[in-house]
Write a protein that binds this ligand. Structure first.
Ligand code: SAM
Length: 290
Protein backbone atom coordinates (compact mmCIF):
# COMPACT_ATOMS: atom_id res chain seq x y z
CA UNK A 1 0.00 0.00 0.00
CA UNK A 2 1.17 3.53 -0.69
CA UNK A 3 -0.19 5.81 2.03
CA UNK A 4 -3.44 7.64 2.59
CA UNK A 5 -5.03 10.19 0.32
CA UNK A 6 -6.41 13.29 1.94
CA UNK A 7 -8.18 16.13 0.19
CA UNK A 8 -6.03 18.89 -1.18
CA UNK A 9 -3.41 17.26 -3.40
CA UNK A 10 -2.31 18.74 -6.73
CA UNK A 11 -4.91 18.81 -9.51
CA UNK A 12 -5.23 15.83 -11.84
CA UNK A 13 -5.85 17.56 -15.15
CA UNK A 14 -9.64 17.23 -15.45
CA UNK A 15 -11.45 19.50 -17.90
CA UNK A 16 -11.17 22.92 -16.16
CA UNK A 17 -14.05 24.35 -18.19
CA UNK A 18 -16.55 22.05 -16.46
CA UNK A 19 -18.34 23.58 -13.48
CA UNK A 20 -16.96 22.65 -10.04
CA UNK A 21 -18.61 19.53 -8.61
CA UNK A 22 -19.88 21.52 -5.62
CA UNK A 23 -21.79 23.76 -8.05
CA UNK A 24 -23.25 20.71 -9.84
CA UNK A 25 -24.38 19.29 -6.50
CA UNK A 26 -25.95 22.60 -5.47
CA UNK A 27 -27.64 23.22 -8.82
CA UNK A 28 -29.21 19.74 -8.90
CA UNK A 29 -30.05 19.60 -5.20
CA UNK A 30 -28.04 16.42 -4.64
CA UNK A 31 -28.66 16.12 -0.92
CA UNK A 32 -26.78 12.88 -0.14
CA UNK A 33 -29.06 9.89 0.48
CA UNK A 34 -27.81 7.46 3.08
CA UNK A 35 -29.85 4.59 1.60
CA UNK A 36 -27.85 4.91 -1.62
CA UNK A 37 -24.50 5.07 0.17
CA UNK A 38 -23.89 8.56 -1.17
CA UNK A 39 -20.51 9.89 -0.06
CA UNK A 40 -19.21 12.07 -2.86
CA UNK A 41 -15.58 12.73 -3.79
CA UNK A 42 -15.10 16.34 -4.82
CA UNK A 43 -11.32 16.51 -4.88
CA UNK A 44 -10.10 16.24 -8.50
CA UNK A 45 -6.63 15.12 -7.49
CA UNK A 46 -7.95 12.19 -5.48
CA UNK A 47 -10.37 11.25 -8.27
CA UNK A 48 -7.39 11.46 -10.63
CA UNK A 49 -5.34 9.15 -8.42
CA UNK A 50 -8.09 6.51 -8.40
CA UNK A 51 -8.67 6.92 -12.15
CA UNK A 52 -4.98 6.50 -12.98
CA UNK A 53 -4.83 3.38 -10.79
CA UNK A 54 -7.59 1.96 -12.99
CA UNK A 55 -5.41 2.47 -16.11
CA UNK A 56 -8.52 3.31 -18.13
CA UNK A 57 -6.63 3.68 -21.40
CA UNK A 58 -5.98 -0.06 -21.51
CA UNK A 59 -9.64 -1.20 -21.69
CA UNK A 60 -12.10 -0.71 -24.53
CA UNK A 61 -14.82 0.04 -22.00
CA UNK A 62 -14.75 1.15 -18.38
CA UNK A 63 -17.83 0.40 -16.32
CA UNK A 64 -18.31 2.86 -13.49
CA UNK A 65 -20.89 2.07 -10.84
CA UNK A 66 -22.51 5.00 -9.10
CA UNK A 67 -20.97 8.07 -10.80
CA UNK A 68 -22.92 10.40 -8.48
CA UNK A 69 -22.11 14.00 -9.49
CA UNK A 70 -19.29 12.70 -11.72
CA UNK A 71 -15.95 13.37 -10.01
CA UNK A 72 -14.43 9.97 -10.79
CA UNK A 73 -16.18 9.92 -14.18
CA UNK A 74 -14.45 13.17 -15.18
CA UNK A 75 -11.13 11.77 -14.00
CA UNK A 76 -11.55 8.51 -15.92
CA UNK A 77 -12.20 10.49 -19.09
CA UNK A 78 -9.24 12.77 -18.39
CA UNK A 79 -7.05 9.71 -17.80
CA UNK A 80 -7.77 8.42 -21.31
CA UNK A 81 -10.81 6.15 -21.07
CA UNK A 82 -12.03 5.51 -24.61
CA UNK A 83 -15.56 4.76 -23.40
CA UNK A 84 -17.11 5.00 -19.96
CA UNK A 85 -20.46 3.39 -19.22
CA UNK A 86 -21.69 4.76 -15.89
CA UNK A 87 -24.61 3.03 -14.14
CA UNK A 88 -26.40 5.22 -11.61
CA UNK A 89 -29.55 4.45 -9.63
CA UNK A 90 -30.32 7.97 -8.46
CA UNK A 91 -32.27 9.87 -11.10
CA UNK A 92 -31.11 13.21 -9.65
CA UNK A 93 -27.49 12.22 -10.34
CA UNK A 94 -28.35 11.05 -13.85
CA UNK A 95 -29.78 14.53 -14.54
CA UNK A 96 -26.71 16.17 -12.99
CA UNK A 97 -24.44 14.17 -15.31
CA UNK A 98 -26.18 15.54 -18.42
CA UNK A 99 -23.66 18.32 -18.90
CA UNK A 100 -20.70 15.92 -18.73
CA UNK A 101 -22.43 13.57 -21.15
CA UNK A 102 -23.00 16.47 -23.57
CA UNK A 103 -19.27 17.30 -23.35
CA UNK A 104 -18.26 13.71 -24.16
CA UNK A 105 -21.09 12.37 -26.36
CA UNK A 106 -18.95 9.63 -27.94
CA UNK A 107 -17.08 8.54 -24.83
CA UNK A 108 -19.62 8.66 -22.02
CA UNK A 109 -22.88 6.78 -21.68
CA UNK A 110 -25.04 7.20 -18.58
CA UNK A 111 -27.34 4.30 -17.75
CA UNK A 112 -30.06 4.90 -15.19
CA UNK A 113 -30.53 1.70 -13.24
CA UNK A 114 -29.48 -0.69 -10.53
CA UNK A 115 -25.91 -1.94 -10.92
CA UNK A 116 -26.94 -5.21 -9.27
CA UNK A 117 -29.21 -5.85 -12.25
CA UNK A 118 -26.75 -4.66 -14.88
CA UNK A 119 -25.42 -7.44 -17.13
CA UNK A 120 -21.77 -6.72 -17.98
CA UNK A 121 -21.98 -9.13 -20.92
CA UNK A 122 -23.96 -6.41 -22.74
CA UNK A 123 -20.87 -4.19 -22.89
CA UNK A 124 -19.35 -5.96 -25.90
CA UNK A 125 -16.86 -8.68 -26.59
CA UNK A 126 -13.66 -7.02 -25.35
CA UNK A 127 -12.85 -7.46 -21.68
CA UNK A 128 -13.89 -4.48 -19.58
CA UNK A 129 -12.31 -2.47 -16.82
CA UNK A 130 -14.42 -1.63 -13.77
CA UNK A 131 -13.72 1.45 -11.69
CA UNK A 132 -15.89 2.67 -8.84
CA UNK A 133 -16.22 4.38 -5.53
CA UNK A 134 -18.76 1.76 -4.52
CA UNK A 135 -21.84 2.30 -2.39
CA UNK A 136 -20.79 0.43 0.76
CA UNK A 137 -24.08 -1.37 1.21
CA UNK A 138 -23.77 -3.33 -2.05
CA UNK A 139 -19.99 -3.40 -2.60
CA UNK A 140 -19.40 -7.02 -1.59
CA UNK A 141 -22.48 -8.27 -3.46
CA UNK A 142 -21.33 -6.50 -6.63
CA UNK A 143 -17.83 -7.90 -6.33
CA UNK A 144 -19.12 -11.47 -5.89
CA UNK A 145 -21.36 -11.02 -8.92
CA UNK A 146 -18.47 -9.74 -11.05
CA UNK A 147 -16.29 -12.63 -9.88
CA UNK A 148 -18.88 -14.96 -11.41
CA UNK A 149 -18.20 -13.34 -14.80
CA UNK A 150 -14.49 -12.81 -14.34
CA UNK A 151 -13.70 -13.94 -17.89
CA UNK A 152 -15.34 -10.70 -19.11
CA UNK A 153 -13.17 -8.47 -16.94
CA UNK A 154 -9.68 -7.09 -17.44
CA UNK A 155 -9.34 -5.32 -14.09
CA UNK A 156 -11.36 -3.89 -11.21
CA UNK A 157 -10.24 -0.81 -9.32
CA UNK A 158 -12.70 -0.40 -6.51
CA UNK A 159 -13.07 1.61 -3.35
CA UNK A 160 -14.51 -0.27 -0.38
CA UNK A 161 -14.67 0.42 3.30
CA UNK A 162 -11.26 -0.52 4.67
CA UNK A 163 -12.55 -3.52 6.61
CA UNK A 164 -13.91 -5.10 3.39
CA UNK A 165 -10.67 -4.33 1.54
CA UNK A 166 -8.78 -6.16 4.28
CA UNK A 167 -11.07 -9.17 3.96
CA UNK A 168 -10.56 -9.28 0.19
CA UNK A 169 -6.77 -9.17 0.40
CA UNK A 170 -6.07 -11.10 3.63
CA UNK A 171 -3.74 -14.09 3.28
CA UNK A 172 -4.40 -15.52 6.75
CA UNK A 173 -5.44 -14.26 10.17
CA UNK A 174 -8.68 -12.77 11.42
CA UNK A 175 -9.71 -11.02 8.19
CA UNK A 176 -9.12 -14.11 6.05
CA UNK A 177 -12.38 -15.75 5.04
CA UNK A 178 -14.59 -16.97 2.21
CA UNK A 179 -14.39 -13.61 0.40
CA UNK A 180 -10.55 -13.72 0.46
CA UNK A 181 -10.51 -17.27 -0.89
CA UNK A 182 -13.01 -16.58 -3.66
CA UNK A 183 -11.37 -13.30 -4.77
CA UNK A 184 -7.77 -14.54 -4.61
CA UNK A 185 -8.64 -17.82 -6.33
CA UNK A 186 -9.68 -15.83 -9.40
CA UNK A 187 -7.70 -12.57 -9.18
CA UNK A 188 -4.53 -11.04 -7.89
CA UNK A 189 -5.76 -8.61 -5.23
CA UNK A 190 -3.82 -5.59 -4.06
CA UNK A 191 -4.68 -2.85 -1.59
CA UNK A 192 -3.46 0.38 -3.17
CA UNK A 193 -4.13 3.22 -0.70
CA UNK A 194 -6.45 4.36 2.04
CA UNK A 195 -8.76 7.34 1.69
CA UNK A 196 -9.56 9.45 4.71
CA UNK A 197 -13.25 10.05 5.60
CA UNK A 198 -12.46 13.80 5.24
CA UNK A 199 -12.13 13.32 1.49
CA UNK A 200 -15.88 12.65 1.16
CA UNK A 201 -19.00 14.80 1.33
CA UNK A 202 -20.53 13.83 3.69
CA UNK A 203 -17.69 12.00 5.50
CA UNK A 204 -18.46 8.32 6.17
CA UNK A 205 -17.79 6.86 9.61
CA UNK A 206 -14.94 4.68 8.35
CA UNK A 207 -11.72 4.83 6.35
CA UNK A 208 -11.96 3.62 2.75
CA UNK A 209 -9.41 1.68 0.71
CA UNK A 210 -8.85 1.40 -3.02
CA UNK A 211 -8.29 -2.20 -4.12
CA UNK A 212 -7.16 -3.43 -7.50
CA UNK A 213 -8.18 -6.89 -8.64
CA UNK A 214 -6.77 -8.34 -11.84
CA UNK A 215 -8.29 -11.63 -13.02
CA UNK A 216 -5.74 -14.41 -13.34
CA UNK A 217 -5.35 -16.04 -16.78
CA UNK A 218 -6.72 -19.19 -15.06
CA UNK A 219 -7.88 -19.79 -11.48
CA UNK A 220 -5.03 -20.24 -9.00
CA UNK A 221 -5.74 -24.01 -8.81
CA UNK A 222 -8.49 -26.30 -10.12
CA UNK A 223 -11.67 -26.47 -8.03
CA UNK A 224 -15.43 -26.47 -8.54
CA UNK A 225 -16.70 -23.04 -7.43
CA UNK A 226 -19.56 -24.49 -5.37
CA UNK A 227 -17.25 -26.97 -3.65
CA UNK A 228 -14.75 -24.22 -2.89
CA UNK A 229 -17.50 -22.09 -1.34
CA UNK A 230 -18.79 -25.05 0.67
CA UNK A 231 -15.42 -26.01 2.17
CA UNK A 232 -14.57 -22.37 2.92
CA UNK A 233 -17.96 -21.83 4.57
CA UNK A 234 -17.57 -24.91 6.73
CA UNK A 235 -13.95 -24.19 7.66
CA UNK A 236 -14.44 -20.49 8.46
CA UNK A 237 -17.80 -21.17 10.12
CA UNK A 238 -15.78 -22.58 13.02
CA UNK A 239 -12.56 -20.76 12.36
CA UNK A 240 -11.03 -21.29 15.80
CA UNK A 241 -11.45 -25.07 15.67
CA UNK A 242 -9.08 -27.54 14.08
CA UNK A 243 -10.31 -28.63 10.67
CA UNK A 244 -10.96 -32.20 11.83
CA UNK A 245 -13.75 -30.66 13.95
CA UNK A 246 -14.73 -27.69 11.82
CA UNK A 247 -15.44 -29.89 8.78
CA UNK A 248 -17.86 -32.17 10.63
CA UNK A 249 -20.77 -30.21 9.22
CA UNK A 250 -19.52 -30.99 5.70
CA UNK A 251 -18.78 -34.70 5.96
CA UNK A 252 -19.08 -37.55 8.43
CA UNK A 253 -15.42 -38.36 7.88
CA UNK A 254 -13.37 -35.15 8.05
CA UNK A 255 -10.15 -37.12 8.67
CA UNK A 256 -10.48 -39.00 5.38
CA UNK A 257 -11.28 -35.76 3.56
CA UNK A 258 -8.25 -33.99 5.03
CA UNK A 259 -5.98 -36.94 4.33
CA UNK A 260 -7.02 -37.12 0.71
CA UNK A 261 -6.41 -33.34 0.40
CA UNK A 262 -2.98 -33.72 2.05
CA UNK A 263 -3.89 -31.29 4.86
CA UNK A 264 -3.11 -31.77 8.54
CA UNK A 265 -6.21 -32.50 10.66
CA UNK A 266 -4.78 -30.07 13.23
CA UNK A 267 -4.71 -27.15 10.77
CA UNK A 268 -7.18 -24.29 11.19
CA UNK A 269 -9.00 -22.38 8.45
CA UNK A 270 -6.96 -19.23 9.06
CA UNK A 271 -3.70 -21.01 8.21
CA UNK A 272 -4.75 -22.70 4.95
CA UNK A 273 -3.57 -21.16 1.70
CA UNK A 274 -6.01 -20.62 -1.17
CA UNK A 275 -4.29 -23.52 -3.00
CA UNK A 276 -4.97 -25.76 0.01
CA UNK A 277 -8.63 -24.73 0.03
CA UNK A 278 -8.72 -25.76 -3.64
CA UNK A 279 -7.19 -29.15 -2.74
CA UNK A 280 -9.84 -29.55 -0.05
CA UNK A 281 -12.59 -28.62 -2.53
CA UNK A 282 -11.28 -31.18 -5.07
CA UNK A 283 -11.11 -33.88 -2.41
CA UNK A 284 -14.65 -33.05 -1.28
CA UNK A 285 -15.97 -33.11 -4.87
CA UNK A 286 -14.29 -36.49 -5.41
CA UNK A 287 -15.74 -37.84 -2.13
CA UNK A 288 -19.25 -36.76 -3.11
CA UNK A 289 -19.01 -38.36 -6.54
CA UNK A 290 -17.93 -41.78 -5.20
N1 SAM B 1 -18.71 8.06 -7.77
C1 SAM B 1 -19.22 9.14 -6.96
C2 SAM B 1 -18.10 9.81 -6.21
O1 SAM B 1 -17.06 9.18 -6.07
O2 SAM B 1 -18.31 10.94 -5.77
C3 SAM B 1 -20.31 8.68 -6.01
C4 SAM B 1 -19.93 7.54 -5.12
S1 SAM B 1 -21.12 7.19 -3.87
C5 SAM B 1 -20.10 6.37 -2.69
C6 SAM B 1 -22.03 5.81 -4.51
C7 SAM B 1 -22.90 6.10 -5.71
O3 SAM B 1 -23.55 4.89 -6.09
C8 SAM B 1 -24.00 7.11 -5.49
O4 SAM B 1 -24.03 8.03 -6.55
C9 SAM B 1 -25.28 6.28 -5.47
O5 SAM B 1 -26.42 6.99 -5.93
C10 SAM B 1 -24.91 5.15 -6.40
N2 SAM B 1 -25.65 3.90 -6.17
C11 SAM B 1 -26.08 3.40 -4.99
N3 SAM B 1 -26.68 2.22 -5.17
C12 SAM B 1 -26.62 1.96 -6.50
C13 SAM B 1 -27.04 0.87 -7.33
N4 SAM B 1 -27.67 -0.19 -6.81
N5 SAM B 1 -26.82 0.93 -8.64
C14 SAM B 1 -26.18 2.01 -9.19
N6 SAM B 1 -25.75 3.06 -8.46
C15 SAM B 1 -25.96 3.04 -7.15
Amino acid sequence: MTGTSDPGEADAGCDATLPPLAAVIARHGLQPKRALGQHFLLDPSLCGRIARAARPGTSAVILEVGPGPGGLTRALLAAGAARVVAVEKDRRCVAALGELQARYPDRLEIVEGDALAFDIATLGTARIGIAANLPYNIGTRLLLRWLERVELIESMTLMFQKEVAERITAAGGKDYGGLSVRAQWLCTCERLFDVSPRAFVPPPGVVSTVVRLVPRPAPLAPAEPDALDAVARAAFGQRRKMLRRALRGLTQDPLALLESAGISPQARAETLSVAEFCALARAWSAMRHT
